[in-house]
Design a protein around this ligand. Structure first.
Ligand code: ADP
Length: 426
């Protein structure tokens, strides 16, 4: 279409030039002033183009009384520009309606959203944020810290460590649990999200409390049952031979149940926040030396045991849970390494921090299990774990304790060759 428009414009312009030139040439022939009439023609032609250029400029600026030049190529140019303008206008309308839609959606979201600058100055916020944080449109540009008077929240904003969310059990006078998250979203701008997670949080708390209470309640009756079983096993002369095997099995199983309950209680203790108050300098070297004595006493003849402990290397943390990390990893190494194998335990420091490492030449673990090992009751070989007295909770305990010490468990393993369990502390 545009091609035919251009060719029509050229055609019309040519006709106009030919006709007007013809008239001028006719007059030149009549009068004999060829040169003067030709110069006049050229001057009028230039005036016409300059006039069109002025018309074009006024039209381009959108002057109210301006009309598009109607002559020759200018007309085509105006047509193309109008068409382009219409396309751009349509695009802008679409863009506007999309951004209005997005704005309306973010305003209607039930979670509070606040966009902040790098320095935590408020840029915009949605309706939920307005209600929850009691902020008004006139607060735009003010620092959030100056408007929200909640110490943990202000601390969280100031620390600028936003990898982990903050849970607020009461916020701005509301006794509900909120999850607060901040992340970078656009050239250093930050998005604050506050979500009411009261129901979910309560459910998780109820579940944790239930497990802790049930384990606690089971502890006493089980100790009684276990005590009687031990007593009966000791009364070999008064109990018929027939009962010997069942009693042994009952005793074994009740010991297993006791171990599971103890581990469940340890886990719920770690999950509760009471640990924070017990942080002190833990003499890991001394703890490991004591463990070494027990281990050598138990396994010296059966395994090639190596302890390498850096003298005086301590760690800031909570002693009891850290002890359970060390004992769990060490006892697993013996549990999953056939007799005759080599087990090395190292506690050392380097420029990156302190490291605890247990290496064994045991059965190893295939890759697909590695990511799930720290789940509660996850076992690669359930029968083997039960047989060797495993509860299936050891590595879950390790994971939780390490999380509380800003560390994580790293596992390298090869089936049939052995495993390395490592914890890095900064
Ligand atoms: P369990 O009480 O069954 O040992 P854990 O949570 O301590 O439970 O370990 C989970 C699973 O991880 C174990 O059942 C075992 O399959 C595997 N595992 C742990 N440590 C080792 C190891 N050193 N070598 C091989 N497998 C291991």
């Amino acid at each position: 279409m545009s091609n035919s428009l251009v060719s029509r414009a050229i055609y019309r312009e040519l006709i106009w030039v030919v006709l007007s030139l013809g008239v001028f040439l006719f007059f030149a022939w009549l009068t004999g002033y060829w040169a003067a009439i030709l110069i006049l023609y050229l001057a009028l032609y230039i005036v016409r183009q300059v006039w069109s250029l002025y018309q074009f400029e006024a039209w381009l600026h959108g002057d109210s009384d301006a009309v598009a030049p109607s002559s020759g190529f200018w007309q085509v140019l105006c047509f193309f520009i109008s068409r382009q303008r219409r396309t751009l206008e349509r695009r802008a309308e679409l863009q506007n309606s999309k951004s209005e839609q997005f704005h309306a959606a973010s305003m209607a979201l039930p979670i509070a959203i606040v966009s902040l600058t790098k320095n935590h100055k408020i840029e915009w916020f949605n309706n939920a944020a307005q209600t929850l944080l009691s902020i008004k449109p006139s607060d735009t540009g003010r620092k959030l810290e100056t408007l929200v008077r909640q110490p943990e929240f202000i601390q969280y904003l100031k620390q600028k460590e936003f990898e982990k969310p903050l849970f607020l059990e009461a916020f701005m006078g509301q006794t509900r649990t909120y999850r607060c998250e901040i992340f970078d979203y656009y050239h250093g701008h930050r998005l604050l999200i506050l979500e009411d997670v009261h129901e979910l949080y309560n459910l998780a708390k109820i579940r944790k409390d239930f497990v802790a209470n049930a384990s606690h309640e089971l502890r006493t009756p089980l100790t009684v049952v276990n005590g009687y079983l031990e007593m009966m096993i000791d009364m070999t002369d008064q109990i018929p031979d027939f009962w010997e095997k069942p009693l042994g099995q009952m005793h074994h199983q009740s010991l297993r149940m006791q171990a599971i309950i103890e581990d469940l209680l340890t886990l719920s203790k770690i999950e509760s926040d009471t640990l924070v108050n017990a942080i002190k300098v833990v003499k890991v070297d001394e703890i490991l030396k004591n463990i070494e004595v027990d281990i050598r006493y138990l396994y010296s003849g059966d395994y090639d045991i190596h302890f390498s402990i850096e003298e005086g290397l301590t760690l800031k943390g909570v002693e009891e849970p850290l002890k359970s990390v060390f004992t769990n990893l060490i006892s697993n190494a013996f549990r999953y390494t056939p007799k005759g194998g080599k087990i090395s335990i190292r506690w050392f420091s380097d420029t990156l921090g302190s490291h605890f490492e247990v290496e064994d030449t045991g059965i190893g673990i295939s890759k697909e299990h590695l990511s799930r090992l720290t789940e509660r009751f996850y076992r690669v070989d359930t029968a083997r774990s039960r047989e060797s007295g495993g509860t299936g909770l050891g590595l879950a305990i390790v994971k939780h304790v390490l999380e509380r010490h800003d560390s994580e468990l790293k596992i390298q393993s090869q089936i049939g060759k052995g495993s390395v369990f490592r914890c890095d502390f900064s």
